[in-house]
Design a protein around this ligand. Sequence first.
Ligand code: GDP
Length: 471
Amino acid sequence: DVPASDAVKALINKGMMIPASAQVDDSVLSVLSEVYELDLEWSDDSPEVVEDAPLKTFKKPILRGENLKPRAPIVTVMGHVDHGKTTLLDTIRNTNITAREAGGITQHIGASRVHHEGKDIVFLDTPGHAAFTSMRARGAQCTDIAILVVAADDGVMPQTMEAISHAKAAGVPIIVAVNKMDKPAANPDRVKQQLSDHGLIPEDWGGDTIMVHVSAKSGENIDQLLEMILLVAEMEELKADPTVSPEGVVIEAELDKGKGAVATVLVQQGTLKKGDIILMESSWGKIRAMINASGKQLKSAGPSTAVEILGLSDVPQPGERFIKVDAEKEARDSISAKDQKRREVANQMSPRMTLEELYSKMQDGATPTVNLLIKCDVQGSVEALVGSLNKMVTDEVGINVVHTGVGGLSESDIMLASASDAIVIGFNVRPDNNAKKMAEKEHVQIRLYRVIYDVIDDIKAAMEGMLAPDV
Ligand code: GDP
């Protein structure tokens, strides 16, 4: 009977960062029962217990429900650059997609569903372990099987090894696609030897790693690769209950000029329906429309279905989980409680500053920190900017990025910036009217840019005291 925000605070005090919407397991319940002096009792329909679950896995849905049904596997393609990840995905999509049915127009929503021998496989469209791991860093894991593409003429390369580590760290089974077998220089035995050295021993050498010789270009053995995916999926016993309350994860999100905030979500359990009210970490919404990869409007989406949804209050981050809530008020309250918490956390940061004031503070002999809130049009720019900024930190001045995001500048961004005395950097995005008003009221400096170098230059100049006050 305590407010969720209370429980979240109590957990933070115990060193556990767990959002109110997260599913929790025994260890969290134990901590809560201690804090609130409650007795724990397990009922028969309690969720399957995850043994030794690290904190992060809280965000992976715990299997629940009594009507567990097999579900389609979610697959990510990884591997070294130029080894054929994109080509492989294209070939698989072109030969197996069901999207063409009913005159659908294939559109990019971040995931594609292919059909093979009466079964479905869902491929996440962004290949590579960067996307995979940035989702995981946010605590979301939605990949069931990793396809490791290794070019037979090139062999194991640095990013091949990285991909292996990332998949292993996530506990995701790996299927190796030894690619470019059509090339005269293809040497699959060398690839197998190299992979064995890294702990992936092929089945025909007595190990347990499935390796398929393919050519993404000619399509050779792609069927066999799909068969192996279905085989592994069967061994993994991937299941979900379509009848429980829906939940899942955001895999892509953007601000669309016409449609507003749109997100592609992957339903992991339950069935999401048009009109449902869903709550994410930074956004909520009543689902106005759901569209699949063939551009078809759906009324409902069951487990392992990726759908683009419209009707969100804000652009969420990939990796955020969603749950269904019963009432709009519940969603709204939860978001404003979260904003409040963000502000409280941000409040403990250093005092207000503009870029122009930075230099004079430095002259005073203090070691100032520039707090920045960064919003960009695409996630790639966020990462590029933050990467460059991190390299600029010196002994004299620190840089603290309080928040990053994709999409236009909203009122809640400005509130957060105000509370944390952050300068707002908008890269290829603009503040909406409410955000503009709020910025004036709160005296928050918004700086808009179109070129990454300009951002870097301005901040460098400020750090060196070169920037003429202009805002
Ligand atoms: P990615 O960087 O891993 O996504 O690699 P791409 O799919 O972009 O492929 C890199 C290059 O390798 C492209 O020029 C492809 O046409 C080529 N390629 C990919 N798969 C094959 C294959 O099976 N055989 C041959 N000969 N070339 C391939």
